[in-house]
Design a protein. Structure first.
Length: 156
């Protein structure tokens, strides 16, 4: 009996102390980032694959996309808006498909970049509605898309 008590006492003490630690990793909420994953020219417009990256340690919900897309420095600002209502998992990325109406001048700019195999600079500017924190997160992102060899009308 004394042997069992000598064995159980340290075991029970260790089990009791495991509950005294911190409740888990800290919960941190960071603003998401948005960038273009891919742009596919289609009859009458384009399909835009928008990559939303979450750097938070907790899940969040993407409620609204309200961005302006501008190609080059002098291009027209094209509105990108959606209410995807998708969950962004911690430290992950989700793709949101958005149809994009293209004015003829912007369509020609994209087609020229593809034909010449040049990069096409772009800027995303606006907000993403994310919960938490329950408010719009400002986005101002600049980068470039390049033609994809073997895929007609596709920029990445």
């Amino acid at each position: 009996m004394a042997r069992i008590a000598a064995f159980l006492l340290p075991l029970l003490t260790a089990l009791a102390l495991t509950g005294c630690g911190t409740p888990g990793p800290p919960k941190r909420v960071f603003p998401p980032e948005a960038r273009i994953q891919e742009l596919r020219l289609q009859p009458g417009g384009a399909l835009l694959l928008l990559r939303i990256e979450s750097f938070s340690t907790v899940p969040s919900r993407l409620e609204r996309v309200a961005l302006g897309l501008r190609f080059g420095e002098d291009g027209a600002s094209l509105p990108l808006s959606a209410t995807p209502g998708i969950t962004l998992l911690p430290r992950s990325a989700e793709i949101v498909e958005l149809p994009l109406a293209l004015p003829e001048t912007e369509r020609q700019r994209i087609a020229e970049a593809i034909a010449r195999r040049h990069a096409l600079r772009y800027r995303l500017d606006g907000t993403l509605g994310v919960d938490p924190p329950g408010r719009d997160q400002r986005i101002d992102y600049r980068s470039a898309l390049s033609p994809v060899p073997g895929l007609d009308g596709v920029l990445r």
